[in-house]
Design a protein. Sequence first.
Length: 471
Amino acid sequence: HRENASCKPPRPRKGKKREKGEGGATEGEASPEREGPGQDGKQEPSRRSRLLQLASSATLAMICTISLKRLSRPYEVYGWRFFLPASFKQLGLSAAEWQDEVLARRRVAFIGGHHRSGTTVLWDKLSGHPSIAAFGSQRLTGVDFSEGVFVQDVYPTFGVGDDFERELSAAQRENRRRGREEDKVVGVGQFARLFVRNLREVLGELAWVRRDERADDDEPRGMGRYALASESVVHWTEAHALVSAESQTRILNRFGYHWTEAKLRSNETKVLLEKSPTNALVSRFLQAVVNLGRCEASACWTPDPPTFNGVRGAAAFIFVQRHPIATSLAHLEWRDCAGLTLHALLAHWVAVSFYMRLDAPKLQDVTFVSLEAFAADPADTLRALFAFLRLAPLDPDDLARAVLDVDPDPNEKYYRPYCDSHLANHSDLARDWADPVSRLGYDLDEWAARCAFLDAADVEFSGDHPDPAVP
């Protein structure tokens, strides 16, 4: 075999172990010298290396804990859909499918008005009707108060809900617009928001950057401010360039995901409900977008009142108002409005009300609701709204159960704070805003009168009969 070069030495048989000599070495090999005092022949780690390993493990655990803690807060508030990019949360219906199959027998009802004016409680009560499809809770939608303005990317949010962005410098915002996320954002939930936004850009949605993110940095933005910006920025009408079939499908498909396709195609569903206070400034735009391509016989819908070309549109609007002082004081409870004065908030209330009143005559179906009237008789208000939406009334027992938890006087908790902290400036407020507020159906001096009543009540109950139940 040695003379035959093609022959190979035989392979060792499987399973047969080679015998080891002393020290653990195989025959023909030198025994390795033992390294360190360990009996297994391995070098024991030094104390320094063990401390380094322990410190590395602790640092990694701390980083993971902080990351999970930052992500746990948005998960608790918004649920798992908060972390999904917007492109994952939309339907794929075409404009023709929306008009011919969905909207031909259904209406889209938009709730708008002032922030902190009762839009959420009204939306919640209307959603209980079996013929209404509405968004789910905040944890199901993954957006603030289940408002549709936050699930779409065609028309602006006007900075509402993006209060942390206003804390960044203009240079940082410019970096974000250019796709270079170089800023370091600190705060609960902010990392997740930026992650979703960056992922949205990666998925090819950068072309649809919201209008408010391209707005002039000098324009007022955010709660209690946005309506005071230039009219060209905040007042969207049927003349806007984004009234298009692409906008229609993009908005409705985002909304439709939360209405659910099953409800969209159910014969029982008659109304698709969406709520965002900022609808008060974009109502005419939404009306034109929803009704785009809507035709009956030989006529098609047009945005021209009062006939609208004889075609019944699919959009309806419910505007909610509340006393301006109560609305303003409710704003001051939110971090977004920190630093705003009551005078500035009254100016914003007047601006929002002005746009609603200005646009109402050009909307085909619109109604106004005051929070005070709803609180005084919620059952009657809901019956009127169901009739406005052309829905059958609720069963009396179901209606009674639905309004059990409605606060009969939601403004009461603000009477004393106003009297204690703002009554001294009431004359200045009344001088500037009493007239426009009265034209919009409210009376500022009513609250000053309430202060006098509260003071008298305090005097009465501070005497011999401190218990109000004692005559």
